[in-house]
Design a protein around this ligand. Structure first.
Ligand SMILES: *[C@@H]1O[C@H](CO)[C@@H](O)[C@H](O)[C@H]1NC(C)=O
Ligand SMILES: *[C@@H]1O[C@H](CO)[C@@H](O)[C@H](O)[C@H]1NC(C)=O
Ligand SMILES: *[C@@H]1O[C@H](CO)[C@@H](O)[C@H](O)[C@H]1NC(C)=O
Ligand SMILES: *[C@@H]1O[C@H](CO)[C@@H](O)[C@H](O)[C@H]1NC(C)=O
Ligand SMILES: *[C@@H]1O[C@H](CO)[C@@H](O)[C@H](O)[C@H]1NC(C)=O
Ligand SMILES: *[C@@H]1O[C@H](CO)[C@@H](O)[C@H](O)[C@H]1NC(C)=O
Ligand SMILES: *[C@@H]1O[C@H](CO)[C@@H](O)[C@H](O)[C@H]1NC(C)=O
Length: 400
């Protein structure tokens, strides 16, 4: 049911300006090419210095003054991720309610995308006394609406909100399917503990809690989770956003990253020394790990890269993978080629496996997470959801 009309649009050819290689590159409609050589020297009077001088800058670098949503290309290699005619459109919207924040899980069998509303932040309508919600978007309905609407048009597909058990409080991260289930990490709420939970992706959406403490101490506020490829082992982050956003008591442990083996029940710390560890991801071969740190601004807005120790599965050889130029990198996903996508200050940034920023899906608003589906990349933008129909596909995140 994927519409093919998008691919019949002719690509226009734009002349690269002031480039070291004088090749012509074919920039697809809806995208702009920003040759780094054109902006490497701005001089003392550039307005960009002033515009971007804040400690938590979400002012994007948009020198072409393009109108969001649009695609920025910083390196011609990004074109092979986009394909000849990417489309970038709104697919769901509910102004005034941050219904689409994080925890995206794509259930390919049912063609549903699950996700959570904003927990503790603006327009989430929750906090110490109120829980957040988990919903799904039916991607088959999205495909049908796009076909009916025609070329380039936005659509607005209704989401469905689940009635989950009270053991599920403030969902913030998700992955899977894990043995056929949605795998969520929750931040907990008030004295209700953060936890790892399995949720049946089909009615009645019954749940099983797998872990809710570290040898008797509650976690701070679990944030994100991934499964090490080729295993059933769960890796998750525990920053202090529950406390920062006033829906959890004072932290009882450092902000660190854990490994949990559900078959033995063993849990241990495998990386520390973060400001606020947030997103976590692996390369498709499971040999390299990424942890984003959303400390923010001039402190840390950084994606760290690690080796996954083959014997212990601890994260070793920490190094900087990338520093986000806008906002802080939050949720992180990889495509099948090992390119790295993270939600940042003004949209989704994409780096190649060496850590070079090659492009952005530019929205001019902070987007925390994104997820690949068979229809393309879905970007969670709080009060809105966008679909970018590109040729890159996501790595397999689930287990059998
Ligand atoms: C920068 O602005 C100052 C003050 O307006 C002006 O004197 C100077 O020539 C400008 N420099 C450049 C490189 O444009
Ligand atoms: C950035 O802004 C602060 C506060 O307005 C100011 O003190 C500082 O000099 C500015 N830095 C630069 C590099 O312009
Ligand atoms: C929590 O929910 C109640 C009842 O729905 C509502 O009146 C209240 O405004 C909510 N609190 C917040 C912080 O949104
Ligand atoms: C998703 O939409 C398709 C097409 O309308 C429908 O057949 C299917 O039952 C829907 N799935 C769910 C879980 O609602
Ligand atoms: C959740 O419960 C409400 C009220 O009982 C019901 O209207 C709604 O259909 C339920 N949602 C799902 C996804 O089952
Ligand atoms: C949901 O309930 C079914 C039937 O009891 C059970 O087989 C399944 O394991 C449960 N799933 C979860 C995630 O608790
Ligand atoms: C981006 O958003 C800011 C603040 O919401 C607004 O002032 C600015 O005009 C927007 N920029 C573009 C290019 O839309």
């Amino acid at each position: 049911m994927i519409s093919s009309f998008a691919f019949v649009l002719a690509a226009i050819t734009a002349r690269a300006v002031a480039t070291s290689n004088s090749d012509d590159i074919a920039i697809p409609p809806g995208a702009v090419y920003i040759d780094p050589l054109t902006y490497d020297v701005l001089g003392p009077n550039s307005t960009w210095y002033a515009a971007r001088n804040t400690s938590s800058s979400t002012v994007g670098f948009n020198p072409t003054n393009s109108t969001p949503p649009f695609i920025q290309v910083f390196d011609p290699s990004f074109l092979s991720i986009l394909g000849p005619s990417p489309t970038f459109r709104l697919i769901a919207s509910n102004p005034g309610f941050a219904f689409a924040h994080e925890a995206p899980i794509y259930d390919a069998g049912n063609n549903l995308l699950f996700f959570s509303s904003n927990d503790g932040g603006p327009l989430g309508y929750n906090g110490w006394y109120n829980n957040s919600v988990v919903s799904y978007l039916n991607m088959t309905e999205v495909d049908e609406a796009i076909t009916a609407a025609g070329t380039g048009a936005d659509v607005n597909v209704q989401i469905t909100t689940l009635n989950l058990s009270d053991t599920v409080q403030m969902v913030n991260g998700g992955t899977g399917l894990y043995k056929g289930n949605l795998l969520f990490v929750t931040s907990g709420r008030a004295l209700l503990p953060p936890s790892i939970v399995l949720v049946n992706p089909n009615p009645p959406y019954n749940t099983t809690v797998l872990l809710d403490n570290f040898f008797g101490r509650q976690f701070n506020s679990l944030n994100d989770v991934k499964i090490l490829p080729g295993t059933d082992i769960i890796f998750f982050t525990d920053p202090t956003y529950g406390y920062i956003n006033k829906f959890r008591p004072e932290p009882m442990m450092p902000s660190q990253v854990y490994r949990f083996d559900p078959s033995t029940g063993q849990v241990r710390v495998i990386a520390d020394q973060f400001t606020e560890p947030n997103g976590v991801a692996f390369t498709p071969d499971g040999r390299t790990a990424f942890v984003t740190d959303t400390g923010g601004g001039t402190i840390t807005s950084t994606i760290y890269q690690f080796d996954v120790d083959p014997a212990t599965q601890s994260f070793t050889n920490r190094r900087v993978f990338a520093y986000a130029d806008s906002g802080a990198p939050d949720g992180i996903q990889l495509d099948t080629m090992g390119n790295v996508y993270a939600g940042c200050g003004e949209g989704t940034h994409v780096w190649n496996p060496e850590g070079t920023l090659i492009g952005k899906f530019y929205l001019n608003s902070t987007t925390a997470e994104m997820m690949f589906t068979q229809s393309g990349l879905v970007i969670l933008d709080e009060e809105r959801m966008y679909l970018v129909d590109i040729v890159a596909r996501g790595m397999n995140l689930g287990t059998l």
